[in-house]
Design a protein around this ligand. Structure first.
Ligand code: SAM
Ligand code: DTB
Ligand code: SF4
Length: 350
């Protein structure tokens, strides 16, 4: 099949490429909206059931007081965002939240900590949490900042499935957003994570005042990583008062949908997450994102420190759109949630 902007796709699969040029990615962004949506849908259906949405729940296990200066982040100690900081939670507190997330229908539990890079002793504490989450029959993901190779190994040995570490934006504007570490630090951590045999969860944030060409640059860099990330979270900036990016001009919603569609085209087998920012989106915009190839969400009333749609609202949206939780193999031979014809959105609450 020939697809404008992608060339000839053979058989039932689109090509997995790691050699995208900026001009090629930009050309996809510039397609007429109906063409871009059709192509994204076509590629999505080659690799996924378009009804199936992977469901993750986030928990902030250590909140605020972060020494970094990420201009978007309410957890940076240097910005006055009124956030109530808390120390690392206990394993028992994490088990309680993970149990509730599983009961509500999540298949992956993601633990986030406001660290620049954890100390070895902190990684050991998180490793205990990972073991406990895995024992509940959930996939485990953590996002703790920069990791050494040994730290990534420790987390892998504890049973961690995914490590989230975002590129956040295009390399050429990274230095305008974060000054306390550089792009190469992020690439190095991703290398340690891959070398340890962990799956990567890696994406970025749009709506930080970047241009379309710079959004193309973020997605180009993600797609040209040595392996496509298993999960690609596309966050729309959640504007928090007190952060330098508060007051940034809002991104055209259709441009956000285009970003999802291009991510789907560049990384055909990756799960693309409609990530932060859903609480500020209409249900119609979210539906367009699913049509553009998004097939994952954060589920539960809170992200790390900011709001997310209510569980009941998400269940109702799934029902109205005919979406179902994605089947996920947690352990060999164990299937968490089934995508069957009679699976209903209330399976989220099963
Ligand atoms: N401290 C660790 C780090 O930065 O790697 C892990 C937690 S950090 C909060 C994880 C990611 O959340 C960031 O890389 C960024 O992509 C996303 N994030 C943080 N604040 C956000 C905001 N206001 N809007 C959208 N995404 C945000
Ligand atoms: C990701 O890409 N988005 C999540 C997760 N990875 C850790 C975080 C979103 C944070 C939004 C702002 C907040 O709630 O503090
Ligand atoms: Fe700290 Fe992570 Fe927030 Fe940056 S994004 S300020 S590293 S918590």
């Amino acid at each position: 099949m020939w697809v404008r902007g992608l060339g000839t796709l053979s058989g039932s699969e689109s090509a997995i490429r790691h050699d995208w040029t900026r001009a090629q990615v930009r050309a996809l962004f510039d397609l007429p909206f109906p063409d871009l949506m059709f192509q994204a849908q076509t590629v999505h259906r080659m690799h996924f059931d378009p009804r199936a949405v992977q469901i993750s729940t986030l928990l902030s296990i250590k909140t605020g007081g972060c020494p970094e200066d990420c201009a978007y982040c309410p957890q940076a100690a240097r910005y006055n965002t009124g956030l109530k900081a808390h120390k690392l939670l206990s394993v028992a507190e994490v088990i309680e939240k993970a149990t509730a997330a599983k009961a509500a229908g999540a298949s992956r539990f993601c633990m986030g900590a406001a660290w620049r890079s954890p100390k070895d002793r902190e990684v050991a504490q998180v490793a205990e949490m990972v073991e406990a989450v895995k024992a509940l029959g959930l996939e485990a993901c953590a996002t703790l900042g920069m990791l050494s190779g040994e730290q990534a190994q420790t987390l892998k040995s504890a049973g961690l499935d995914y490590y989230n570490h975002n590129l956040d934006t295009a390399p050429e504007i990274y230095g305008d957003i974060i000054h306390t570490r550089d792009y190469q630090d992020r690439l190095d951590t991703l290398g340690h994570v891959r070398d340890a045999g962990l799956k990567t969860c890696c994406g970025g944030i749009v709506g930080m005042g970047e241009s379309r060409g710079q959004r193309a640059g973020l997605l180009q860099t993600l797609a040209n990583l040595p392996e496509h990330p298993g999960s690609v979270p596309i966050n729309r900036l959640v504007q928090v008062e007190g952060t330098p990016l508060h007051g940034t001009a809002l991104l055209d919603p259709f441009e956000f949908v285009r970003t999802i569609a291009v991510a789907r085209l560049l990384m055909p087998r990756s799960v693309v997450r409609l990530s932060a920012g859903r609480a500020e989106m209409s249900e119609e915009l979210q539906a367009l994102c699913f049509l553009a190839g998004a097939n994952s969400i954060f589920y539960g009333e809170k992200l790390l420190t900011t709001g997310n749609p209510d569980v009941e609202a998400d269940q109702a949206l799934f029902q109205r759109l005919g979406l179902v939780p994605m089947a996920v193999e947690i352990e060999p031979g164990t299937v968490h949630a089934d995508v069957t014809d009679d699976a209903s959105p209330s399976a989220c609450a099963a």
